[in-house]
Design a protein around this ligand. Structure first.
Ligand code: FES
Length: 108
């Protein structure tokens, strides 16, 4: 099962197992990782699942946010960067084993 490491704004790291086919947002919620709200359940429509993908993983998660995702990210509470993604749109595969995402200071 792929492991995902979530690094909080204060540097705290949480590494959890997330099943293949599940998304990074649910991986946090199901494992009690704070810092991702995921209010819309992955519709996607809320941008409360904003993460910064670690630079080493940009290509493997499919690159930067596409146009539709970037439009939703405009509603994100914290600064949107080139590495910003909606974590509900990143679906785990074995190729993403070891994925690292950084969490913004807030989702609101
Ligand atoms: S959970 Fe709402 S946009 Fe990702």
């Amino acid at each position: 099962m792929p492991k995902v490491t979530y690094i909080a704004h204060d540097g705290a790291r949480s590494t959890v197992d997330v099943p293949v086919g599940e998304n990074v947002m649910r991986g946090a919620l199901y494992n009690g990782v704070d810092g991702i709200a995921g209010e819309c359940g992955g519709a996607p429509s809320c941008a409360t699942c904003h993460v910064y993908v670690d630079d080493a993983w940009t290509d493997r998660v499919g690159g930067p946010a596409g146009a539709a995702e970037a439009e939703l990210l405009e509603a994100a509470a914290c600064e949107v960067k080139p590495s910003s993604r909606l974590s509900c749109q990143i679906v785990l595969s074995d190729a993403l084993d070891g994925l690292i995402v950084h969490l913004p200071e807030s989702q609101y």
